[in-house]
Design a protein around this ligand. Sequence first.
Ligand SMILES: [Zn+2]
Length: 151
Amino acid sequence: MKQTELEVTTLVFLGQYDGPCPHCAFHLKKPQSIYCSECGGGLVLSLEKPFRCTSWLLFAFGLIASLGVCIDQAGLFFAAKLYQGSPLVWKWVLPELIFIFVLFVGLFFWWKLRHWSQSRGVVWRRVIGLIGVLMPIIWFNVLFWLFIFTL
Ligand SMILES: [Zn+2]
């Protein structure tokens, strides 16, 4: 069987490798195969981009966590109807459903703005990231006070 260029390069690298298997953490010392001798997991040499917590990612987190807050709150109203027979109060449920829709649309557009957000200056990136982190708290308070003022 002919080896690919990547397999040959990986074998050259593994010839000097002394460390854990990325699959099972078995200690590999200069393995002679591109498969772990313990678990059989494939060993591939690759370049990976290290994880970076970007302002875009923090804002996306904020949108997704806010969606979770809205779905949770709306779910409570539906659960109350289901388990206690409480009437569904649309003046409480409707804002939740509208916010869920707005957040989904926002998430779609935020996905499209990834390159734009990452090309902002450092101050704007920090503002975007901070808004993202605070967004679920803000959404929760908007929903909570809307509920309180319409009791
Ligand atoms: Zn292994």
